[in-house]
Design a protein around this ligand. Structure first.
Ligand code: F6R
Ligand code: MN
Length: 189
């Protein structure tokens, strides 16, 4: 018999909650090493430890062919010129792609091919989809003035590998210039 409680979930845009999913919260202190501007990071941390984002994930089943999904909510804000962002990761099972769909707000995704280091910036906005291919590190940023929310759908066996990014970070950084997100090489900041 199909268990509808397990198969249906509702996202509440007012609270950022996804029924049946316990949200994980990431605060500024959890993102040590992610922001290129260390002085701005330390200054912001000394002033408090703001919530950067929340992710609620739903994992209905774990079989081959199953899907997991999550709704992310990134707060508006900046550290220096860098937008509030996610940690970013590769999938532990590298061939796993992911489908992102913008729900509210204005954001960008930084995509980096693991083999070549080639980097792209993709807009993430309401009703826009971003396809993240396998073998691609991905990080999401809120480039607007209101919370950015989005849906991510990925193979159940994808998993998360945060280690590679924690060690070497993304090659590029996204900064706000004249109100627009601009991608630059990390060593050019
Ligand atoms: C899942 C996925 C998203 C992220 C979320 C938070 O594969 O890409 O649900 O988990 O955007 O980012 P991280 O996981 O990098 O903290
Ligand atoms: Mn992912």
């Amino acid at each position: 018999m199909l268990d509808l409680d397990r198969l249906l979930s509702r996202y509440n845009p007012a609270t950022g909650e996804l029924a049946g999913a316990k949200p994980v919260e990431r605060r500024l202190a959890d993102l040590r090493g992610c922001f290129a501007d260390m002085a701005a990071y330390e200054a912001a941390l000394a002033a408090g430890n703001p919530l950067l984002y929340r992710v609620a994930s739903v994992e209905p089943a774990r079989g081959e062919g199953d899907l997991h999904y999550g709704v992310g909510c990134i707060m508006p804000g900046k550290i220096g010129n860098e937008y509030f962002m996610t940690k970013g990761h590769l999938h532990a099972w590298r061939p796993a792609a992911e489908f992102y769909f913008g729900l509210t707000g204005e954001g960008v995704m930084l995509l980096e091919d693991e083999a070549t280091g080639e980097s792209r910036m993709a807009p993430l906005r309401p009703h826009h989809a971003v396809y993240v291919p396998g073998h691609t590190a991905h990080r999401t940023m809120n480039a607007g003035a209101v919370p950015l929310t989005y849906l991510g759908v990925y193979p159940a066996r994808a998993g998360h590998d945060y280690g590679a990014i924690a060690q070497r970070n993304f090659r590029c950084v996204v900064v706000g210039r004249a109100g627009q997100p601009v991608m630059i090489e990390r060593n050019q900041l």
